[in-house]
Ligand binder design. Structure first.
Ligand code: EPU
Length: 446
């Protein structure tokens, strides 16, 4: 297992380029099951989660080949409709194959993803939407078993207690493309990654309208064919660099971004006191002046994404005054708070919020990453802290950020990846040699 060793006290300066969005690439790859033709997807980030989705597609019989940042996928020979627990448990986005398998083959058995470090994550809305399209679904021995001789268009409401569902909208929208008749998804997720999936499907011959709004309409077609598609920029990766720049009082330019997808993040950073210049596909952020505390809440798009909540928490720990950070999407997504406290932050949890008494000196130490975005928050805090930090369990980070240490080092940071021998060394003798098994069970499923 690797860890990152971060020398704190740096100021980020320079230029950084972001990759394509993980959360667009994954459902697009899953939806490729629907297509009967040549599929080329460009700007696919080289991440562990993308590798997991490739393995899942290959386990179903698809061919997946990568050349640079382009994936070629051929699903014409898919013969298996079973998504096994061994792959699904590694990544929740695997559930995105359910709708496409049902729509193309009329049957699917897909493992339930199980528990998660960022809180309760049911898939009841996915099942409700697919059932409304006419699928017969049951849960058996940890698997969703689905059958549908012919999906039929329907009027579906996908709102839930945490707002809409991103991957649930992807699942239902993809399945509805091959359903007979017209489907309306109400309270659909408006996230840019959902719209990007819609554009991919339309490129292959689907008839989807209302993308990016809460009402998506789909007219079913007989089949989908070839497509070449370029994945949208990763707004969460871009936001992570912007927040890291602010936390280190730096001055950076972030390239290959889509600023319209980041309006709420830009506004929050400006409220904190950063100066931001927006160009067509570039953000320049300067946080060299004094910063001020704020209250912010993570909500569905276009509000501040829950996937930036942890990073904002790390930033606000460096800013004098009382800040409040709330997460309305995943109200328990706060495991990073106690690790930030170990670095000297003053953070108190109050329900779905944390109250941060910011501006205390952060000091480098050994911390443990608990999920993907929590890892990013710990890296940000470590960059701003005095001294050296070791960030352990960074396999989480590798699921969602490609070459993070190289990119940060290009901005003047000192971040080194090292094998983390300590976990093994500190284990009792009778457990040593057991690391492969324990590593294999570390599924986090962001
Ligand atoms: N929800 C339900 N029922 C469902 C589905 C969701 O009640 O059937 C609730 C959830 O409990 C939550 C809210 O709805 O309160 C939103 O969950 P959503 O389904 O939108 O999350 P997701 O689709 O499982 C995606 C991203 C997450 C991101 C969330 C929210 C992918 C692959 N994952 O998850 O990304 O946090 O949307 O924006 O797209 C990450 O990248 O670090 C990550 C966790």
């Amino acid at each position: 297992m690797d860890m990152l060793v971060v020398q704190g006290g740096c100021t980020l300066r320079g230029h950084v380029f972001v990759d394509g969005a993980k959360n667009a690439a994954l459902p697009i790859m899953a939806a490729s099951i629907l297509l009967d033709g040549d599929i080329r997807i460009k700007r696919v980030p080289d991440l562990v989660d993308v590798q997991t989705m490739s393995l899942l597609l290959q386990s179903l019989g698809a061919e997946v080949t990568r050349s640079g940042d382009t994936l070629d996928i051929d699903t014409r020979d898919v013969a298996c409709q079973h998504a096994d627990y061994e792959l699904v448990r590694r990544m929740r986005a695997s559930v995105c194959v359910l709708g496409p398998l049902l729509a193309r083959f009329g049957r699917a058995s897909v493992s339930l993803p199980g528990g998660c470090n960022i809180g309760h994550r049911p898939i009841d809305l996915h099942l409700k939407g697919l059932a409304a399209l006419g699928a017969d679904l049951r849960i058996e021995r940890g698997y969703v078993i689905g059958e549908a001789s012919q999906l039929r268009g329907a009027d579906i409401f996908l709102g839930g207690p945490g707002g809409s569902t991103v991957t649930g909208t992807c699942n239902v929208m993809a399945a509805a493309c091959l359903a007979k008749g017209h489907t309306v998804i109400r309270a659909a997720a408006c996230e840019p990654e959902v719209a990007d999936l819609g554009r991919f499907l339309n490129g292959a011959g689907a008839r989807i309208s209302g993308l990016g709004t809460s009402t998506i309409e789909i007219t079913g077609v007989e089949g989908l064919t070839s497509v070449t598609h370029t994945v949208v920029p990763d707004r969460i990766e871009a936001a992570t660099f912007a927040i890291a720049a602010a936390a280190t009082r730096g001055n950076i330019s972030i390239h290959d971004v889509c600023p319209e997808h980041m309006a709420s993040v830009i506004e929050a950073l400006e409220d904190i006191g950063a100066t931001i210049h927006v160009a067509a596909d570039q953000l320049d952020i300067s946080a060299t002046g004094s910063l001020r505390s704020i209250e912010l809440a993570a909500l569905p798009f276009p509000e501040i994404p829950t996937d930036t909540q942890a990073q904002f928490m790390a930033l606000m720990a460096t800013v004098p005054g009382i800040s409040v950070v709330t997460d309305r999407v995943f109200p328990d997504r706060f495991m990073h708070a106690s690790e930030l406290v170990r670095m000297g932050a003053q953070i108190r949890r109050e329900g779905a919020s944390v109250v941060i008494d910011g501006g205390r000196r952060l000091t480098g130490t050994s911390v443990m990453a608990s999920d993907l975005r929590a890892s990013a928050a710990l890296v940000i805090a470590a960059l701003a802290a005095d001294g050296e930090s070791q960030i352990r369990r960074i396999y989480h980070l590798d699921r969602g950020y490609a070459r993070l240490e190289q990119k940060l080092n290009g901005l003047g940071a000192s971040v080194i990846r090292r094998a983390d021998g300590s976990a093994q060394a500190k284990r009792p003798h009778y457990l040593q040699g057991d690391s492969a098994r324990s590593k294999g069970s570390q599924s986090q499923r962001d």
